[in-house]
Ligand binder design. Sequence first.
Ligand code: NI
Length: 187
Amino acid sequence: MILPIYVYGSEVLRETAADVDVAGLDKEQLRKYIDDMFETMYHADGVGLAAPQVGDGRRILVVDGRDVTDVYPELKDFKRAMVNPVVVEESEETAEYSEGCLSVPDIHCNVVRPKKMTVRYLDADLKEVEETLDGFACRMVQHEMDHLDGHLFVDRVAPIRRKMIAAKLHNIAKGKARTAYKTKLER
Ligand code: NI
């Protein structure tokens, strides 16, 4: 099922998402929900999606880099669903990549973040996984984890660039964004 994507200006994108209560969780339902998140993301031509972007304040994210292997060949097997992800360790070394977001249509900006991190999470079968990510794989997950804390990539761009995109952001928050996918704006 394709879900509408909440855009910039929506309250849910600014809230801190809550841990998924795995004890009382229907595994089948979770798997189905994660499939819906992937379907929504593919439909919108994205490479990552976090639950708050579909109006759900739980700590769940999905990423799939297999579509951008022409630019990042190392992503050929990089498809993940993460429940309750936490950063175990991050590098001091940073990297700069251009980011975009389905909740912030038509805006791309360079963002500096730690180049590597080790992340611990539960996969779609609720199995605990710990892995170290580098390069663009790391970046995709960092961007999605930001969503779980109510942060958007545009919060992290240089002030001068932020000024340049202010009018565009204002338009999105006014509901004037044009997208090929279904969006929602809810304050
Ligand atoms: Ni995003």
